[in-house]
Design a protein around this ligand. Structure first.
Ligand SMILES: *Cc1c(COP(=O)(O)O)cnc(C)c1O
Length: 494
């Protein structure tokens, strides 16, 4: 399968890339992204054939259908990373919350957030491809809390890859910080920045686009790449669990094969939702995809009005920080799929220039044929968390809680089942859960974890409790101006 560019080709790059090329250098002409030229057919015959398949078998079959240019033994190692999940044959449990609402739990990996679903196998693929090509890569990551731990975990002690991870000092939860600063492998550098997430992200983008930084690295035979969700190597692994969750519902007799479902996705950069969109395009019986946002509701407004509008918008910090995003990178791949490269380039350039674009009525109708959206305030989210616990004894993270809003407001056909995606374990956001359940404010994660665990009887997963015992090995906290020299010193082994 080939990959083509969402904003068309500039005549300098090859017009088509293979999968491995697209994952090693994820940016394409005119600042666009790589998208698949066509999608395989994974409709009813494929679903029927895989009704009893375990996760790794299904994942291998989907990657096979995409005809990726990766050796079968590398694919086997990549999907083998799901062995590190709680249940290797069922890494994504799909549990019933209400009669017509099932929760697909994407957080059973090593860092307890859904980033593991894609980053675990992606890390394996990227380092194997780098090794085969005998090339060294520096992976840069800026994180507000979930991507950093998942990227460090997947690349630790891998050959041919070094990782520099920037986080805002004081801007993450205790658990998220400990997940990063206790990582000890030689190929990882964790850097706390005196500043907020935007400062970390801006510094990262500057380095990724700096010719002098790139040249300095290439003089040392090191190439630069990024592990964020614009990389198709992550998206491909995010199609799999949508099919798997559907098949799990058929096996549980919650639906019959071929019956349509609603997918309901808590969205930030839109990688998770894009995986669901591709699953639908490949033949999964989906009635509609419901997008949940928090108060940073640019996506909701876009799907309601066709206007993507960043004017007079600043990020509002919420209790679902992984969704505190205004510019959802993967919307570009939806525009490309629906309207083609010329129109995509026009819209995205307008967004860069004027901070907004407006779809035509006909275009908006195409978007609304598959997507609907609503957003959830922090207080509504807390009420949903409390309700799920009091009614069902279920602990739900604040990102997952946002799904309950479109579940209540957007279903046109009440006879259909909804699959909502749960993106983090409660342990990663325990102070918010504790506050939702008890009304009390907790300063530190240790205390909140204990309070929730005692109240609910839920165990604190070992991946989280052990963090408080590990030595802190990554102690670098610096001013923004020192980021580049600090990374260069790390590459020199200093
Ligand atoms: C990353 C993340 C999201 C948002 O996912 P996107 O693919 O960026 O839309 C939601 N919840 C949690 C907990 C996350 O870590």
């Amino acid at each position: 399968m080939n990959f083509i560019e969402t904003r068309g080709n500039d005549g300098q790059r090859p017009p088509k890339f293979t999968f491995s090329q697209a994952i090693l250098s994820p940016m394409s002409s005119f600042g666009g992204l790589y998208s698949p030229e066509s999608l395989p057919d994974l409709g009813l015959p494929f679903l029927q054939a895989h009704i009893q398949s375990d996760y790794q078998t299904l994942a291998t079959a989907i990657l096979d259908a995409f005809e990726v240019d990766i050796d079968p033994d590398v694919i086997a190692q990549a999907v083998g990373r799901y062995n590190d999940f709680d249940e290797p044959t069922n890494p994504v449990p799909v549990v019933k919350l209400y009669d017509d609402l099932y929760v697909s739990e994407l957080f059973h990996g090593p860092t307890r957030a859904f980033k593991d679903m894609a980053l675990q196998p992606f890390g394996q693929v990227l380092s194997a491809v780098a090794e085969q090509r005998q090339e060294k890569f520096l992976i840069l990551a800026a994180t507000s809390g979930d991507t950093g731990p998942a990227a460090l975990e997947t690349f630790k002690a891998r050959s041919h890859v070094q990782v520099a991870c920037l986080y805002p000092d004081g801007g993450t939860s205790d658990v998220q910080r400990l997940q990063m600063v206790t990582e000890a492998a030689d190929n990882l550098k964790v850097i706390g920045i005196k500043g907020d997430f935007d400062d970390a992200q801006t510094a990262l983008k500057k380095l990724l686009t700096s010719d002098t930084f790139r040249q300095t690295l290439e003089d040392q035979d090191i190439y630069l790449s990024a592990a964020n969700s614009v990389n198709f190597g992550r998206i491909i692994f995010q199609t799999i669990y949508h099919l798997y969750s559907y098949l799990a519902l058929v096996r549980q007799n919650a639906i019959t094969m071929g019956e349509k479902v609603y997918l309901n996705v808590p969205s930030g950069n839109f990688g998770n939702a894009l995986g669901g969109y591709y699953a639908y395009k490949m033949g999964l019986p989906v009635e509609q995809i419901h997008i949940a946002s928090n108060q940073n509701n640019v996506l909701t407004r876009f799907i309601e009005t066709g206007c993507y509008d960043l004017r007079n918008r600043d990020v509002i910090p919420t209790t679902s920080p992984a969704m505190d995003i205004l510019k959802s990178s993967n919307i570009e791949r939806i525009l490309f799929d629906l309207f083609g490269p010329e129109r995509t380039r026009e819209l995205m350039e307008q967004l860069d220039r004027e901070d907004h674009y407006q779809l035509s009525d006909a275009e908006l109708a195409q978007v609304q044929a598959i997507f609907a959206a609503d957003y959830c305030s922090d207080s509504e989210g807390k009420a949903y968390i409390k309700q799920a616990f009091e009614q069902k004894g279920y602990l739900m993270c604040p990102h997952t809680a946002t799904c309950l809003k479109p579940y209540q407001t957007q279903r046109q056909d009440p006879s259909l089942v909804t699959i909502a995606y749960s993106t983090a374990e409660w342990t990663k956001f325990s102070t918010i859960i504790a506050e939702a359940l008890t009304g009390e404010h907790y300063q530190h994660d240790v205390d909140a974890l204990k309070a929730v665990s005692e109240l609910s009887g839920a165990a604190i997963s070992s991946q989280i409790s052990r963090l408080f015992e590990l030595p802190v090995t990554q102690k670098t906290i610096i001013d923004k101006a020192e980021i580049e020299p600090t990374i260069l010193a790390f590459l020199k082994g200093q």
